[in-house]
Design a protein around this ligand. Sequence first.
Ligand code: 45D
Length: 323
Amino acid sequence: MTLTLESAQEIFSGRGLPSSIPVILAEFEKLSLEDRLALLWFAYTETGRSITPAALGAASMNLIERLLNEIKGMSPSEQTKVMFDLASRADTPIGRSYGGFSANIKLGFWYQLADWMKQGIVAPAPADYRMSEEANAVFEAIKKVDGGQQIQILRDIVLNMGYKDAVTAAAAPKAQNVVFERTEAPITELFVEGVTDSAPLAYFEAMNRDDFDAAIALFEPNGALQPPFQEPIIGTDAIAAYMRSEAQGLNMRPERGITEYSTDGFKKLKITGKVQTPWFGVNVAMNIAWRFALTPEGKIFFVAIDMLASPEELLNLRPPSYK
Ligand code: 45D
């Protein structure tokens, strides 16, 4: 039996703790808009995870400068309305523009607004706002997960704001790519305990250099990559486009892995380690697992990227018989 995309998605499944992120996100969705915006403000300003200001190449923000300046020029109540409309996914001109932004542009947009809110240039969150009990419970749940998961939650919420339907998505300008300038030399000469296969090791080295052509060359033409909490992206063209938009400037430090062979000649590897996003640099190390399926020729047929539920999961690499 050869491996299919469906069976590849199941490799090493059910052997880790379930993530609490989907639960937290679902609870967040139930809150009132006031609560949601207040909670975001507290989560962003109080959890102590600071964005590295140099992260975003200046050129990237030029793409949305006009929109940001439009908001800057509004009255405080209009500014607040823009934020509410984005949070409620209302069909407004700004909501439509936002819906067409790439992930990093959405994050950059809010990063700039948050900065202006701190300076008082844009209507700040009301200082005397008291969140509901439900919102406080969600906030407490967010505080309990590790830093990597906290920023994943913030990112997911930001990505789901704005107006989006099939028609506007098709009409939206091509997703603009953000350029992150690397401030440190890329990580090379990786040693991954228990892993000697060249494809995964070459993958990490290529990704750490933002050399997506080299990374893509390691995949089967119909190979797939599945980002955390998302559907698989299938085919090397789609994966390449995704990487150029979403994977720039990442630092990957795989630490250890295990291998399983199957009778069809495919090889399955689970590798755990740390990943830093250029948004937070050394301030946040995300605990990540990569689940690879390699063809008998050593090409990447499938790789899933999982955000681990706890740092202990990094060491949870026992073969199934010792479960
Ligand atoms: O509403 O091997 C205010 C792949 C209040 C590639 C606010 C990968 C009002 C393959 C505070 C103003 C990419 C899959 C809002 C690996 C309000 C591969 C602002 C994985 C919204 C390893 C909020 C990469 C703000 C991974 C400014 C896992 C929030 C990358 C900002 C993960 C939040 C990256 C930011 C993550 C979050 C980045 C900047 C989780 C960034 C998170």
